[in-house]
Design a protein around this ligand. Structure first.
Ligand code: AMP
Ligand code: ZN
Ligand code: FE
Ligand code: FE
Length: 287
């Protein structure tokens, strides 16, 4: 049957282009049978996704992506199978999102000084219900005519370390792992290669702190990269997951939902792991 899985997907609940329902429908149409919606710092898209998943016969496992700061590096962690209705979890996510609002005000102030003024109200309108981020600022810059494209906005102003990039509040990886475990979930390290060359040492440290797995199958990874992740996971006793990190942006490295080599027994092994861990793999309520 060619049953696929995709455990790294974004929607309009954060910085994706498409609604949670659209993401579920497209996943189903592409042969995905089990998946997670992993928006940044929010579970707000999960209720809509769950309704669509039920209608489509998909198995949706609660998910989210959390950015953490480790010695100045921005390390992304994927949480699965937690209880989204937990009040303590939601309070912590709210704190992350309020940090994003303060950061957006700072970015807009800097852009004004750099001769590219935009209105913060417009950025919030563009973001709508979503967790606000740099992509929304980039779209406001395009609208105001300061740049020709979102990419130019990043290239000139907003790229990591760029003139209008401002750090946002984050938890450390250890507290993030502990938080997710406390609400019944497991934690996988997203796209470790983005950490840089020292990623094996970083993951070894995270494993000591309780990390559960590594995102081993990822949109543009070649066979060699997958094998390096698999071997590292084996050495550290970590499970394997896979995700497309689909945002709907159409960037050159992007893959379609479910189209990155994570299917059949690889998916079965991951889902069996979640079941073995006793995490929340289907029967759950949203906050
Ligand atoms: P934020 O969550 O506000 O830090 O924004 C992160 C998002 O900005 C990423 O998910 C990308 O969509 C986008 N982004 C970050 N750096 C770049 C870049 N150099 N070029 C294009 N998009 C970028
Ligand atoms: Zn994103
Ligand atoms: Fe990420
Ligand atoms: Fe992501």
């Amino acid at each position: 049957m060619g049953s696929k899985g995709d455990f790294h997907l974004h929607s309009t609940a954060s910085d994706g282009v498409h609604t949670p329902a659209w993401v579920m429908e497209t996943a189903a149409a592409r042969g995905v049978r089990v998946l997670s919606l992993t928006d940044h710092d929010t579970t707000a898209g999960l209720a809509e996704a769950a309704t669509a998943a039920k209608r489509l016969g998909l198995r949706l496992i609660p998910g989210m992506e959390l950015s953490t700061d480790y010695q100045g590096a921005d390390v992304h962690l994927l949480a699965y199978g937690f209880d989204p209705s937990n009040a303590e979890l939601q309070a912590k996510l709210e704190w992350l999102r309020s940090g994003r609002l303060r950061r957006t005000e700072q970015i807009v102030a800097i852009l004004g000084r750099l001769g590219a003024p935009i209105r913060i109200e417009r950025v919030y309108e563009i973001a709508g219900e979503a967790t606000v981020g740099r992509p929304h600022v980039a779209r406001a810059l395009v609208e105001a005519g300061h740049v020709a494209s979102v990419q130019e906005a990043f290239d000139r102003f907003l790229h990591n370390g760029g003139p209008a990039d401002v750090d946002r509040v984050k938890f450390g990886p250890r507290e993030t792992i502990e938080l997710v475990h406390a609400v019944g979930g497991v934690v996988f390290c997203a796209h470790p290669v983005f950490i840089g060359e020292r990623y094996p040492e970083v993951l070894a440290q995270f494993a000591v702190w309780g990390l559960d797995g590594i995102e081993t199958y990822y949109k543009h990874y070649d066979a060699e990269t997958v094998e390096a992740h698999r071997a590292l996971g084996e050495r550290l006793g970590l499970m394997r997951s896979g995700g497309s990190d689909y945002h709907g942006l159409g960037n050159p490295d992007d893959r379609e939902i479910g189209d990155f080599g994570f299917a059949n027994e690889r998916v079965d092994e991951f889902v069996a792991y979640l079941e073995h861990k006793g995490v929340n793999t289907g029967d759950w309520r949203t906050a």
